[in-house]
Design a protein around this ligand. Structure first.
Ligand SMILES: Cc1cc2nc3c(=O)[nH]c(=O)nc-3n(C[C@H](O)[C@H](O)[C@H](O)COP(=O)(O)O)c2cc1C
Length: 283
């Protein structure tokens, strides 16, 4: 027999007191007042603006070092660490509220490296990044209330962090492009649940589930595939339409070959006419 539902009281910090909510583990690096890089562990950190403006939402207690530093410098780097137990144990140690940046840096086992932003302004200190991270998002706080504002509890701060650059260990940026089913070992955090422990789950190898073959191909899945390819090309809407009849299993290969050819020929925009031309020549 199936287990039946019952009501759960919704308490403060509901995601960990009244729910089982899987979260990432991010070491947020920011620049403290004396110019040193502070490391704060955070889990309430999620994609927020995903098209056009690429941004993350970070939720922090309002008086954390991280929140104070972001309000002052507007800069933060989100360092995604692996599920290695010693790293997570150190992250928990660095998550003890009230410690100064100096105290934390003495306890940290992580390596700090210079920011890898390609565009840097003189006289600005950018947060260092964590050498052990799998990937890092280097961000700037978008503090215009016209873009995002939230009037909640004064104890929490919500930061819309616009992604200026993403850097990733080579092995994983290659996996991203090749789509070879290999994934970094990122942990899942279930939060601080019993006034005693943070609860983490280790990475488990993801499995694949094909999308239904009877659903046909639509323009959105073509756009989805194109956005995941490493070519700097603009596609006109009419060009997508030309491809809806391509059998799904060939779509990636066809898009790859069109894109590579366009790049080789110095083409910047894929138009319906260009696809007709390629098609005619192929025949
Ligand atoms: C794994 C982990 C996740 C955490 N996630 C959050 C979070 O999302 N928001 C938050 O305000 N505090 C979170 N904390 C608590 C902060 O780390 C803690 O307030 C710490 O003092 C922040 O460091 P900082 O003051 O140097 O920014 C988390 C702690 C750990 C260990």
């Amino acid at each position: 027999m199936q287990d039946s539902f019952e009501q759960v009281t919704v308490l403060d910090n509901f995601y960990q007191t009244s729910f089982f909510y899987p979260m990432p583990v991010v070491l947020v690096t920011t620049v403290s007042e004396d110019g040193r890089t502070n490391i704060g562990p955070y889990s309430l950190c999620f994609p927020f603006g995903i098209a056009g403006r690429h941004a993350m939402m970070l939720i922090s207690r309002a008086d954390s070092n991280t929140a104070v530093n972001i309000r002052r410098s507007k800069l933060a780097a989100l360092n995604f660490i692996t599920d290695k137990k010693s790293h997570l144990a150190n992250a928990v140690r660095l998550g003890y509220p009230g410690q100064t940046t100096d105290e934390k840096l003495k306890e940290s086992i992580f390596t700090l490296l210079p920011s890898m932003r390609t565009v840097k302004e003189k006289n600005i200190s950018y947060p260092e990044i964590i050498g052990e991270a799998v990937a890092v998002m280097e961000c700037t706080w978008e503090d215009s209330p016209g873009i995002f504002s939230y009037r909640g509890s004064s104890e929490e701060s919500h930061f819309l962090l616009v992604i200026d650059s993403i850097i990733m260990k080579k092995k994983w940026s290659q996996a991203l492009i090749n789509g070879n089913g290999r994934f970094p070992h990122l942990p899942v955090d279930y939060g601080y649940r019993d006034s005693k422990y943070f609860w983490f789950a280790s990475h488990k190898r993801p499995y694949k589930e094909p999308i239904p073959s009877d659903k046909g191909i639509d323009i959105n899945s073509i756009i989805y595939q194109i956005q995941r390819m490493p070519y700097d090309l603009k596609w006109e809407d009419g060009a997508y339409e030309k491809l809806v009849k391509v059998p799904r299993i060939f779509l990636k290969r066809v898009l790859e070959s069109i894109s590579r050819r366009a790049v080789e020929e110095g083409v910047k925009v894929i138009t319906p006419q260009l696809l007709d031309e390629y098609n005619k020549k192929r025949r």
